[in-house]
Design a protein around this ligand. Sequence first.
Ligand code: ATP
Ligand code: MG
Length: 307
Amino acid sequence: MIRLSAITPSGHVQLGNHLGAVRRWAREGTPSDVYFISDMHAMTTPHNPARLRSLTAEQLAVLIAAGVAPESVCVQSDLVRELGALTWVLECTCTYGEAARMTQFKEKSVGRSSVRLSLLTYPVLMAADILLQNAAEVPVGEDQQQHVELARALARRFNRTYGEVFTLPKAVLPPAGARIKDLADPTKKMAKSARDSAGTVFVLDPPDLVRRKIRKAVTSPEGVANLVDVLVACTGKEPEDYADRFAELKDVVADAVIEELRPVRERTTELLGDRAELDRIRATGAERARSRAQHTLDAALRLSGLT
Ligand code: ATP
Ligand code: MG
């Protein structure tokens, strides 16, 4: 059984990415899984090419540092041709209504004077990511569940219309930390591309900054519930275990987050100093993912009447 998931280099990796996704890829993943940096997805909103390249390298290092098996890691654009081809086939399987219904499209396009067409179509590219590698499970945070359901619907429709080729994928959410909220505005999801980063804890933030951000966290009922969720996700304990320490909740949370992130931050810094090793990991991952993609891509093109 193949698991597959991704992180987009649209900013620095934040605590929600770590707890909701990356840490699980490290703990539950096997070398036959695929975990990749989705650099093509980062182009769906205005982007800077040099920053995109450097964030891609940084995120590759963070994944390895967090303990994701190096054999299972790759970069999306190393398969740009295969993905481009399958995306086209899947766009011809998807309706405009299905794409326009996506919550994330609505949230990310609101208030923008100009919206890239790719922001609407990127869930189809994401479906291609998943289906090309025959993934059965997609470990993600809650916000990505709808996109995985779209991938499943497209796979089922293609199989029924043209012939069985795709594995039907399903999203798998974590028991805690599936939707970490912004510390300054707990009505919003913590996100690496948020305009204001005061309420976002980044994985590479130094401990004193992590502590300061957590001390400033909003303490509305939602804010406190979010801190408890972070605590439970970091320590694996139950909220009741902390009942006598709720007065000092923020310090307890800060300690837990700092300890959780320390090894990742330290190892990332080491890896970023060894570019040759990172390049080697990237090239091996690309080769593996590309060779596994070939059969599914050929079959999908043939069944739809191409090549
Ligand atoms: P962006 O703001 O660019 O969308 P993001 O922080 O939402 O960035 P993504 O690259 O879109 O990060 O998502 C990477 C993974 O992290 C996905 O599996 C997603 O579900 C998960 N994730 C993102 N934010 C959170 C969060 N706040 N809590 C739990 N999981 C999250
Ligand atoms: Mg996101």
